[in-house]
Design a protein around this ligand. Structure first.
Ligand code: ADP
Ligand code: F6P
Length: 320
């Protein structure tokens, strides 16, 4: 019987559990032994793993977080760390690993693949910053959470005729901010991918809408830009509108995954194991225009993702 492992690595994302479930069920149904590796590459290096069966993944499809726990593991990036992981794979007879995480995790998967352990990556991150993938696991849930949270902030912002400057996650990427910003009708959306002028793109826009009798404002700012407290002070000083800053924080990473994330994760988990069954490794599974596809890890890591400027312009055209 062939043995494979599954691990989650980097920041957790809603839908990771659905992906683990699909990996385990597909593997077991196809006669594989599937090892659940705890806490990402840390568990791989220390051998912290257990054999999973069809029932190990019952009742997890609707849960956020990851039942396998996750970690960031600096030691794994070293030659010694990688060797420790390779030794464990040899002892356990692990021929392949499904790595659910972001691009950092895929770099680790690439290193293991180069040493002979077939790895397949599944994009699991709320940031949606994987170039080859339209929708990473967790992105849809996080956007919906942001929308719900900002809708709540809007109620109080409107009641007080205030402005709220809201920071959303995304690390260096602005996808969450842009799309959630559209969904909440933000007056301005600031993201790291697009150069902005605070006076023109925030203050002047607010003044323009004030002339049409608008009295409350939502400004969405990507984490990659930050500085919402200072922005709030500036806005209040220049427009006279009482302003509050809100950093949504880790609430964005939790919660029950949406339909889209559950289905996407299930398809990707199933697809990843099919690759391993065919003896194929060093691949990243992705969703592209509604289809599940796969790329060479090296190629995937070298791709660049761009913000759709038409969407960015549209957002600002209709939020005035
Ligand atoms: P993400 O996978 O979400 O991008 P990180 O960048 O924190 O998150 O990476 C997760 C883990 O992947 C790291 O803690 C490390 O163990 C491994 N990793 C990251 N970068 C590399 C790299 N360049 N080479 C090998 N392993 C890496
Ligand atoms: O990558 C997911 C993410 O939530 C980013 O949006 C954010 O920058 C980062 O992880 C936060 O990491 P931590 O949970 O380690 O503070």
């Amino acid at each position: 019987m062939r043995t494979i492992g599954v691990l989650t690595s980097g920041g957790d994302a809603p839908g990771m559990n659905a992906a683990i479930r699909a990996v385990v069920r597909t593997g077991v149904q196809n006669g594989m032994r599937v090892m659940g590796i705890r806490r990402g590459y840390n568990g791989l290096m220390s051998g912290d793993m257990f054999e999973m069966n069809l029932r190990s993944v019952s009742d997890i499809i609707h849960r956020g977080g990851t039942m396998l726990y996750t970690a960031r593991s600096p030691e794994f990036k070293t030659e010694e760390g990688l060797q420790k992981a390779m030794d464990v794979c040899k002892q356990v007879g692990m021929e392949g690993i499904v790595v659910i995480g972001g691009d950092g995790s895929f770099r680790g998967a690439r290193d293991l693949s180069l040493r002979g352990v077939n790895c397949v990556g599944i994009p699991g991150t709320i940031d949606n910053d994987i170039a080859c993938c339209d929708y990473t696991i967790g992105y849809d849930t996080a956007m919906n959470t942001i929308m719900e949270m900002v809708d709540r902030v809007r109620d109080t912002t409107e009641s007080h005729d205030r402005c709220s400057v809201i920071e959303v996650m995304g690390r260096r990427a602005g996808y969450l901010a842009l799309h959630a910003g559209i969904a909440v009708g933000a007056t301005s959306i600031l993201i790291p991918e697009v150069e902005f002028d605070f006076q023109r793109d925030v203050i002047d826009r607010m003044r323009k809408t004030q002339q049409t009798d608008k009295k409350h404002f939502i400004i969405v700012v990507a984490e990659g830009i930050g500085g919402v407290a200072e922005m709030a002070e500036q806005i209040e000083a220049q427009t006279g509108v009482e302003t509050r800053a809100t950093v949504l924080g880790h609430v964005q990473r939790g919660g029950s995954p949406t339909v889209r994330d559950r289905v996407n994760a299930s398809k990707m988990g199933n697809y990843a194991v099919k690759l391993l069954l065919d003896g194929i490794g060093n691949r990243v599974v992705a969703s592209s225009k509604g289809e599940i596809v796969d790329y060479d890890i090296y190629e995937a890591l070298n791709m660049t993702k761009h913000i759709n400027m038409d969407v960015y312009k549209m957002a600002h055209e209709i939020s005035i």
